[in-house]
Write a new protein. Structure first.
Length: 394
């Protein structure tokens, strides 16, 4: 069945005005001002009216604990695996799965299997190899081999730096990891990026600056996340981005963490733009299904939250509504920016020949209304049409 979205306000993510989007199979067949289906009587169309909708590329969440995470408060605090319906409700059509603090009871084989399962259910998935620790966990025994030989592996992460839960690696160990990821990416045509978890420590981005200064490796080889953890890290991130680096803000948060100094991703985005940071150097990720542990001054565990993938778009919406960031800029942080950085060539934009990943947003409420992943309608009129296999058994 050929699908046609009629009369939507289209952001590619750049605004191109009102128009129609033709979907053929799992690809975008055309983007026109007007497609008159009455003149094409020999083809059956499934028409979706978008006159009161905004059409944007499907969202990319490049930091999701799809297998679950956590455990900082003991076994009972291990977070559960993610469900497809949560991803779809968040407008997300592409996820990058990662491990976290726990690389023992969660492993790379399980992460890969979960990613393949979610893809079978209808979305696009990739994974990072490794966890917080260096030396990293891998599938083949080698970071380079994982990136080159395993289709879903596009880089390494999340590697913890400046955090009391990290393995406290040397700069040489981190440098070697980044170098291996880069060469693996070059040989396989992938990003080979390293996703770094930044904690509350005073070293902050010191290692990343040192790698760029001492080697030929560019800033584009790594993406530090949780850069809105506190004001000091945000300020450092602004300097880093203006020097040519890329920064990622975590959208899963809680008022409890705001009281401790964490900055909402929407506010962090506004601050960056006000300071002259290039919008193309900023991304949002949800940290979905990751644990959000709280520690006291003695680094003792005192509480726990859980990351939500649905927060990804809500922080973009808050940036537009509350912080007055232009919509065509704000939407880039979860679409074209991350697609470009991760070298996902068929993702992040609405254009002929690219994957038919499209989200329709209600123009009045700014709520997600319809989600199309690889040409399949996953949700329409806010009603889920596709659920995970075990969700359907409940």
């Amino acid at each position: 069945m050929i699908k046609l979205i009629k009369e939507a306000e289209i952001y590619t993510p750049e605004y191109i005005g009102k128009g129609d989007i033709l979907i053929i199979g799992d690809k975008i067949g055309a983007v026109f001002e007007n497609i008159d289906v009455d003149k094409i009587s020999f083809v059956e169309f499934d028409v979706i009216y978008g006159g009161d909708k905004i059409a944007v590329p499907g969202f990319i969440d490049s930091h999701v604990h799809i297998l679950g995470g956590g455990g900082e408060g003991g076994f009972k605090t291990r977070t559960p695996e993610i469900m497809l319906s949560d991803i779809i409700r968040g407008g997300i059509t592409t996820v990058v799965g990662c491990l976290g603090t726990d690389g023992v009871t969660r492993n790379m084989e399980g992460l890969l299997a979960k990613a393949r399962g979610l893809e079978e259910e209808g979305i696009t998935t990739y994974i990072y190899t490794g966890s917080y620790r260096i030396p990293i966990n891998t599938i083949t025994g080698s970071l380079m081999k994982d990136i080159i030989l395993i289709d879903k592996v596009i880089g390494a992460g999340e590697i913890a730096l400046s955090d009391h839960r990290s393995s406290q690696p040397s700069i040489d160990a981190v440098m070697q990891l980044v170098a291996d990821a880069r060469v693996g990416g070059i040989l396989s045509g992938k990003a080979g990026i390293v996703n770094f978890h930044l904690g509350e420590g005073g070293r902050m981005l010191k290692y990343l600056y040192e790698i760029v200064e001492k080697t030929e490796i560019p800033f584009s080889q790594f993406l530090p996340t949780h850069m809105n953890r506190n004001i000091n890290l945000l300020n450092e991130g602004i300097k880093y981005a203006k020097a040519g680096g890329y920064v990622d803000f975590t959208t899963s948060s809680d008022p409890v963490f705001w009281e401790k100094g964490e900055i909402k991703a929407s506010k962090a985005l506004k601050r960056c733009l006000d300071e002259g940071v290039d919008i193309n150097h900023i991304t949002f990720t949800s940290d979905g299904q990751g644990s959000l542990p709280s520690f006291n001054d003695k680094k003792e565990f005192v509480g726990l939250g859980i990351g939500k993938v649905t927060s990804l778009y809500y922080e973009v919406r808050d940036a537009v509504i509350d912080e007055k960031v232009p919509f065509d800029e704000a939407i880039k942080v979860i679409t074209s920016n991350i697609a470009s950085l991760l070298k996902l060539k068929n993702k992040g934009r609405i254009d002929k020949g690219l994957d038919a990943d499209i989200v329709l947003i209600d123009k009045d409420s700014f709520e997600i209304d319809t989600v199309i992943s690889k040409g399949q309608i996953m949700m329409i009129d806010k009603e889920l049409k596709v659920k995970g296999i075990f969700e359907n058994k409940i």
